[in-house]
Structures are given as C-alpha cells and as structure tokens.
Design a protein around this ligand. Sequence first.
Ligand code: ADP
Ligand code: ADP
Length: 230
Amino acid sequence: QVVLTAQDVSKRYGNTTALAGIDVTVQTGEILGLVGHNGAGKSTLMRVLAGREQPDAGTVSWRGGGEWNQSVAARAGVRMVYQELALCPDLTVAENIALSDRAARGWGWRRAAERHVAEKLDRVFPGHGIAIVRRTSDLTMAQRQMVEIARALCTPDLAMLILDEPTESLSVDATGQLYAHLRELAASGVGMVLISHRMQEVLANADRIAVMKDGRIVDTVAARSTSEQA
Ligand code: ADP
Ligand code: ADP
C-alpha cells in the first residue's frame, strides 16, 4: 500500500538544481534505499519527503492527503533521523529526551519518554553501555547516534522512518543490531527511506533502490526481499 507519493518534485537553491522532476512512492513496510554520489539530491529529497522543505514544483502527499509539511508529517508518524546529531552535549541523555519531546507532549510525558527510550536502547542496542543519566558529552559518537535512533524509534504511532546515513558512526556490531531491528519494524508495516553510502548495507536491507544523479532518479532496482521471496 502506497503511503507517501512524490510527483514531479523539483527544488532549486539559487542556481543549483537539487531535484529535477522526481517521481517516487514509498509503501507501508517497504525499505526504499537512496543511493547516488554527493550532490545527487538524496538529502534534499529526504527533507522534502519528510515535509521539512517545500518543493518549488510538484507535490508530496501522504495517503492521498493535501498539505504536507513538518507538523502534518509529525502527526502522521513520519520521523526523520538526521546524520548530524541533534543532542545537546551539556545535558544528560535523559534531559535531552525530556527537552525535545516535552513541548509536543506535555510535562506528564517526560518520565514515560525517558523510560521508553531507555528500553528501546536496551532492546535494539544491547551491550553498548548507554545509561541515560550520563552527560551526552561523555558518550561516544556511536552511542549518541544510538540514542538518536532510539528516540526516533519511540515516536508514537511510528509510520515511516527517514534515515540519513544512520550507521555513519556505528560499529559493525551495532549496525547489524540496527538493521535486524529495522527489518522487524518494516515487517510490522513501517515504511522506510534509507540513505547510505555503504552500498552493501543498502543492497542487503532495502527492498527497492532508487539511484539518483543530478536531481533525478535514473534507475530503480528491486533488491533484497524481491529476490529472497521469489
Ligand atoms: P546528496 O545528499 O545526494 O549529497 P544534496 O541533496 O545534499 O545531495 O544536494 C543536492 C544539490 O543541492 C547539491 O548541489 C547541493 O550543493 C545543493 N544543496 C543542497 N542543500 C542546499 C542548501 N541548503 N543550500 C544550497 N544548496 C544546497
Ligand atoms: P500518561 O501521560 O497518561 O501517563 P504516557 O505519558 O505514558 O501517558 O504516554 C501517553 C501516550 O504516548 C501513550 O499512548 C503512550 O503509549 C505513548 N508514549 C509515551 N511515551 C512513548 C514513547 N517513548 N514511545 C512511544 N509511545 C509513547
């Protein structure tokens, strides 16, 4: 079932064409990989799909609905995981969680959010020694990335994850743990868009791969599950 649709989407920054007429869909439970060289438009497409940026032309729609922006995306359960880490280093992990999610959910949610993220860390990344009472700056980059991912995984009514190089600073071990979990989530119906420059990862985990070049999708190939299920 197609949930997210981009139709003839274009985006320019000054004289730079970042996206030049993109058509793409993402289905429930599908992992769509985006690959292409630097500057191909992958990150821009992700931001547009996540409702963070409006295209200059074309449309993005969720389940055939009208407007698509950050708050509509948040209500739909579409969550982006950035490559750049958004945690404040001077605060503990728990404080970061409370700070980021409180505004949207109210004070009563704080404890629950901390507990959910701590449980998610234990479940998805066991054995990495992440205590949420620790100051963020005391964590390694890998541990911080795991916290970011766990936070995104705790999004209430998560419907789609948009992941920009989620394994950039993760060990092989943690990368394996992440994809095992993502594939479980996908099997439960959560759609995903995944950018990684690690081709092996994309080949092994995406259902479909869109190859981008100069703001266009120049090829779409079926990957993992199609061959496995065939
Ligand atoms: P990728 O993620 O594939 O490396 P991007 O989407 O980041 O590609 O970039 C596509 C093109 O758009 C590049 O030429 C990049 O320099 C340009 N671009 C992306 N974001 C911006 C921005 N905020 N301001 C100006 N140019 C941008
Ligand atoms: P209350 O404020 O009534 O005690 P909670 O704060 O536990 O309720 O959460 C309110 C709603 O948000 C519940 O539906 C709960 O399942 C959900 N929720 C709370 N924290 C998380 C989380 N980290 N991840 C996913 N869902 C959450």
